[in-house]
Design a protein around this ligand. Structure first.
Ligand code: G16
Length: 541
């Protein structure tokens, strides 16, 4: 085995987005493409020589190829040891858990998260630091800068490592440990939740339908839910990870998991249903006739923290991404704890968690988690709901009704305009930006604009500033519209428009109807059809 220095040239646009570098598989298949990015990580980050890295992915197409490449490059760059999930499998939350538990230098997670997989789908790579969370912006910016100047990468000429067998082997001087990707994570879940109460719930006949969407959570859910918690075999559906996710879009929302929603609206509905995404960090909670919005889920978990052993000592504070509804803010106010509003992207929660300022955090994009790791965590959220229902004996719908009766309801929806021309999307945002000063006081139907701004965030822990994080229009009745361009798409641009309206009295409106006047105002303010060329949103959640 010998180290080779391979000549290369920079690629355009290896800029990590909201969550790592995500591109179509064909882009990653270009020679040197992955290698350039991986070498840019090694060239940028200090102090990994001789240390341990964690490596794995969600099993999507190209996972196996990429892992073998990264192993050889890690060996050639002087990494001491790489811990790889068996068969290359490692959910994003489990990656965070393992980095933290084993105090490793960091980790590399291979996934394009909720984006479709397969040869025509997407692939992605993300570097996580020693706290288990995504590298902060200053690190990802530096990796990107390096990728623009790269001319060589280091590669170890070595045979393929068999990832199907647990145990250790060597590539040159580097140890490769193939480990059980579920064990540490399952132990952590058992330490946080009341497994006895959840087991009892299942023994009493509670029925769950857990849709793993043929993505990474299948093996985790089978072992934890059907194994440790003794839910009936068959509770977890679509449980085998497939390279193309069975042709489905592994994004747990009411649109992509429409069969699950139909099932829960039908005669055979189970007591609860849940789904997780490609890499296991997103979740959706569904009850009979109700899909819980992620914003509401975060609020409910915060309000019920005392029912869960891992959080009995109280909640220090909460954080939500800016476009997430303000439902959790009301709970935080009632509990007398601080709440923070961060830009979209899990990395922005890292400092708040590390500093002990928050216990829970979440986002409208179906992500919820806590201080236990530094990623969002799909199975964690589902177990939290099971723990809650086991303790209260209530249903999902009943839990929501009681929550709204106590705190009022934030009607919430997100409208996506996908795959639009990037220049048109940017023109729409520029147009909005140019109107920010003139909007206050303007009337749109029954709504009057109170304030309009472009969200910028100053991290309260390290003072770093992130600008251009979405345009916010506030109305005098307290409702809000947010316009933002997605940071995770791989084709053209995606415009996201978020609607949030609080109502303390009318709790049973249909959300799109409750938000109709805001939706109309958004079209009027931003001329969405004219700019996007689309008559309406392509996805409504
Ligand atoms: C990623 C980030 C999330 C973020 C989401 C936003 O999710 O990890 O923190 O909320 O992107 O996506 P967009 O920029 O498209 O609105 P994931 O699950 O793709 O890693």
């Amino acid at each position: 085995m010998s180290v080779q220095i391979v000549e290369t040239a920079p690629f355009d646009g290896q800029k990590p987005g909201t969550s790592g570098l995500r591109k179509q598989v064909a882009v990653f298949q270009q020679s040197h493409y992955l290698e350039n990015f991986v070498q840019s990580i090694f060239d940028t980050v200090d102090g990994f020589q001789g240390k341990t890295l964690v490596l794995g992915g969600d099993g999507r197409f190209h996972n196996d190829v990429a892992i073998q490449t990264i192993l050889r490059m890690a060996a050639a760059n002087g990494v001491g040891k790489v811990m790889v999930g068996q068969d290359g499998i490692l959910s994003t939350p489990a990656c965070s858990c393992v980095i933290r538990k084993h105090h490793t230098f960091g980790g590399i997670a291979l996934s394009a998260s909720h984006n479709p997989g397969g040869p025509d789908g997407d692939f992605g790579i993300k570097f996580n630091i020693g706290n288990g969370g995504p590298a902060p912006e200053k690190v990802t910016d530096a990796i990107y800068a390096r990728s623009l100047a790269i001319s060589r990468y280091r590669f170890m000429d070595a045979p393929v490592v068999d990832l199907s067998v647990l145990g250790t082997t060597q590539i040159g001087g580097m140890v490769v440990e193939v480990f059980d990707p579920v064990a540490d994570y399952a132990d952590q879940m058992a330490s946080l939740f009341d497994f006895d109460a959840i087991r009892d719930l299942f023994h009493r006949g509670f029925r769950l339908r857990f849709d793993a969407m043929h993505a990474v959570c299948g093996p985790y859910a089978r072992r934890i839910v059907e194994g440790m918690l003794e839910a009936p075999v068959g509770t977890v559906i679509h449980a085998d990870p497939l390279p193309d996710f069975g042709g489905h879009h592994p994004d747990p929302n009411p649109v992509n998991a429409k069969d699950l929603i139909a099932f829960m609206n039908g005669p055979d509905a189970t007591d609860m249903a849940a789904a997780t995404d490609g890499d296991g960090d997103r979740n959706m909670i569904v009850g009979q006739g109700i899909a819980v919005t992620p914003s509401d889920s975060l609020a409910v978990l915060t309000a019920n923290a005392s029912l869960v052993p891992g959080y009995r000592d109280g909640v220090a504070g909460v954080a939500r991404s800016m476009p997430t509804s303000a439902a959790v803010d009301r709970v935080a106010d009632a509990l007398g704890i601080p709440h923070y509003e961060t830009p979209t992207g899990w990395k922005f929660f890292g400092n708040l968690l590390d500093d002990g300022r928050i216990t829970f955090c979440g986002e409208e994009s179906y992500g919820t988690s806590s201080r236990h790791i530094r990623e969002k965590d799909g199975i964690w959220a589902i177990l939290f709901w099971l723990n809650l229902l086991a303790r209260t004996g209530d249903s999902v719908a009943g839990t929501m009704q009681k929550h709204w009766a106590r705190f009022g309801r934030n009607y919430y929806s997100r409208h996506d305009y996908e795959s639009i021309d990037s220049s048109r999307a940017n023109a729409l945002m520029d147009h909005l930006r140019s109107r920010l000063d003139s909007l206050p006081g303007q009337v749109f139907g029954a709504l009057t604009v109170a304030e309009a701004d472009e969200f910028a965030y100053t991290d309260p822990v390290d003072g770093s500033v992130s600008e251009h994080q979405g345009i916010r229009i506030f109305f005098t009745d307290g409702s809000r519209i947010v316009f933002r361009l997605s940071g995770t798409g791989t084709v053209g641009a995606t415009l996201r428009v978020y609607f949030d309206r609080y109502d303390a009295e009318r709790l049973d409106l249909e959300p799109q109807a409750a938000l109709a006047h805001l939706i109309k105002a958004a079209d009027d303010i931003a001329a969405i059809p004219a700019f996007t060329g689309l008559p309406g949103p392509t996805v409504v959640t």
